[in-house]
Ligand binder design. Structure first.
Ligand SMILES: [Zn+2]
Length: 483
């Protein structure tokens, strides 16, 4: 096996990544392979480089052997990934076909049964299937230690490929395609109109041909063009549907930073960016301004959205852009007592974000119109006086729980406590009280799952640790608190 020397000569050295993640290298290798295919250097029938050099010796043979093993391993890896997708798909499909193992026997089969919530038999059965699927997704997620969203996405991708792109699916199962090729194909195929098998088949054929030749990045570009070609709907109709998906989300980053992402109609996104750019350039023209345009745009963005008052120039994180409204957000900050006294360096924590430096915590404490400073005892955590006589969950209690149990109590769920239901561990009617020891934040999804499926939480009376038992009997500890 001889790799053409010019394959390395022509490549831009900056393209050859040394990143720990192999993707860059894989991309380069795939691109080289595609280039070699174009030039006829590669025998497409068996996918191997032809031995064009008759004088190769033992060193080349050994290298060829290593590379063949590499190809084999890569193919095995793709095959194993495809098998994982397939098994996830099957478990969830089984759960919807037979919900009993997940949610218990069907009560509607009993002639004397009547639903306490007044639902019809059809509605109850639909709910059972829905809850069984949720319980199965949660079971897979905690076993594999991945997000439930990841499990759902994998099941959906497998379902779409099996249904709409059987040829690409077969190549994935056979290990001839990478996960990235398969996922991109599924993502694009899912966006084709329902009930248009002609478009699906055309996309399947074209995508397979491209996926076998191109690196994931080039494949994605090429497959998007292909999707345009086979899509029967007008761009207007598609835009109307895509617009329904608009949203904003926050991704925590390292070192006290975070990224806000907004998915918007392109015109509004462009208008928003233009406004930020104008504000930044306006500020940059002021004498003595030392911030870069990128920093000014970021500061203007934060000020416009938080309604911050104008700040002196060159205050980090403040743009000085005058904005309407003076409502400042309420903030919950946990500051360890020893840190405040200067005897320790444990960072302060902002509810919903995580650790921040003490200067930021102090600044927020000074600026926020409503905030709670919770000094925690170095060992036990500070007790909070609570009204134990009322059923209603007070706002103070809800906030306090947001600090000690910052997320939904289900393993792996990151939904912030302030967006959760506060479930009574022991029902109020059975003597449970409304205090921090009897309450657990659960997002609506996991709250329903706990009541309507066989997922059961239990708290160790001695250690206070929370453990969940799955419908199939797996025991999973709740995530430890972040501090
Ligand atoms: Zn949850």
């Amino acid at each position: 096996m001889v790799v053409p020397a010019s394959a390395t000569d022509r490549s831009d050295p900056t393209d050859v990544g040394c990143a720990p993640w192999p993707d860059d290298d894989v991309v380069q290798a795939d691109a080289d392979a595609a280039w070699a295919i174009d030039l006829g250097l590669v025998d497409l029938v068996n996918g191997a480089f032809p031995s064009t050099d008759p004088g190769h010796g033992p060193a080349e043979d050994a290298l060829a052997c290593l590379l063949e093993r590499l190809e084999d391993r890569s193919r095995e890896r793709h095959r194993a990934t495809a098998a994982e997708y397939d098994l996830i798909f099957q478990v969830i499909a089984d759960a919807s076909a037979d919900p009993d193992p997940w949610v218990g026997p069907d009560p509607t089969l009993d002639r004397l049964w009547s639903d306490p919530r007044g639902r019809t038999v059809t509605a109850v059965r639909r709910d059972r299937i829905d809850m069984a699927e949720r319980a199965a997704v949660a079971e897979i997620a905690v076993r594999l230690r991945v997000a439930e969203q990841t499990v759902r996405a994998r099941a959906a991708h497998a379902g779409i490929l099996r249904n709409r792109c059987p040829r690409v699916w077969a190549a994935f199962v056979d290990g001839r395609l990478s996960e990235r090729h398969a996922v991109e194909t599924a993502r694009l195929a899912a966006s084709l109109p329902d009930g248009d098998p002609g478009a699906w088949a055309a996309f399947d054929d074209g995508a397979l041909d491209r996926a076998l030749r191109l690196s994931p990045a080039r494949f994605a570009t090429s497959a998007r063009v292909l999707r345009e070609r086979v899509h029967s709907e007008s761009i207007q109709e598609r835009h109307r549907r895509a617009r329904d998906e608009r949203g904003v989300w926050l991704t925590p980053d390292l070192d006290g930073m975070a990224t806000v992402t907004a998915y918007l109609p392109a015109d509004r996104a462009a208008a928003a960016l233009t406004r930020l750019d104008h504000a930044a350039r306006h500020l940059a023209a002021v004498d003595g301004e030392e911030r870069t345009l990128a920093q000014l745009r970021a500061d203007a963005f934060a000020d416009l959205l938080t309604g911050t008052d104008p700040a002196p120039r060159s205050t980090p994180g403040r743009s000085g852009v005058a904005v309407g409204g003076t409502n400042r957000p309420g903030v919950v900050i946990t500051i360890p007592a020893l840190t405040l006294l200067g005897a320790d360096t444990t960072p302060a924590t902002i509810d919903g974000y995580g650790p921040v430096d003490l200067d930021t915590a102090r600044r927020l404490a000074g600026e926020a119109s409503s905030w709670i400073r919770l000094l925690t005892h170095p060992v036990t955590g500070a007790p909070l006086a609570l009204d134990r006589t009322v059923y209603r969950v007070t706002a103070a209690l809800r906030r306090w729980l947001g600090v000690t149990s910052p997320t939904c109590a289900f393993p792996g769920c990151g939904r912030p406590a302030r967006e959760c239901d506060l479930d009574h561990r022991r029902a109020w009617s059975k003597g449970g009280t409304t205090d921090a020891d009897n309450l657990e934040p659960e997002c609506r999804h996991h709250h329903r799952m706990r009541h309507e499926t066989r997922w059961t939480p239990a708290r160790d009376p001695d250690t206070g640790d929370l453990t969940w038992t799955s419908p199939l009997g797996a025991r999973i500890d709740a995530d430890p608190p972040p501090f």
